[in-house]
Design a protein around this ligand. Structure first.
Ligand code: ZN
Length: 89
């Protein structure tokens, strides 16, 4: 399973072998054999594990999380405006 994590400064990218400094994000990929691979943002993007999306005019990095089957895909994925305060003019 894939997890988006934040480095504490001791994580090494398994692809480009560079140390991922805090507070950079990385992707942890759990293999079936119990090992975990970690990829920095660049390598995640390169492998298609992460992508940028526009959010409120800013590019935001999102990691591809594996979809859990029992979860409704439409739910929670994009909750844009969760709290819309009432504005009276
Ligand atoms: Zn890398």
């Amino acid at each position: 399973m894939k997890r988006g994590c934040i480095s504490l400064g001791q994580v090494k990218c398994d692809d480009c072998q560079r140390i991922i400094p805090h507070p950079e994000r990385y992707l942890a990929l759990d293999r079936e054999d119990g090992t975990t691979e970690r990829f920095c943002v660049d390598c995640s993007l390169k492998r298609g594990y992460a992508r940028y999306k526009m959010e409120r005019g800013e590019l935001v990095l999102t990691f591809m999380e594996e979809v859990v089957e029992e979860k409704d895909q439409a739910e929670g994925e994009e909750k844009g405006e969760e709290k819309k305060e009432e504005e009276k003019e």
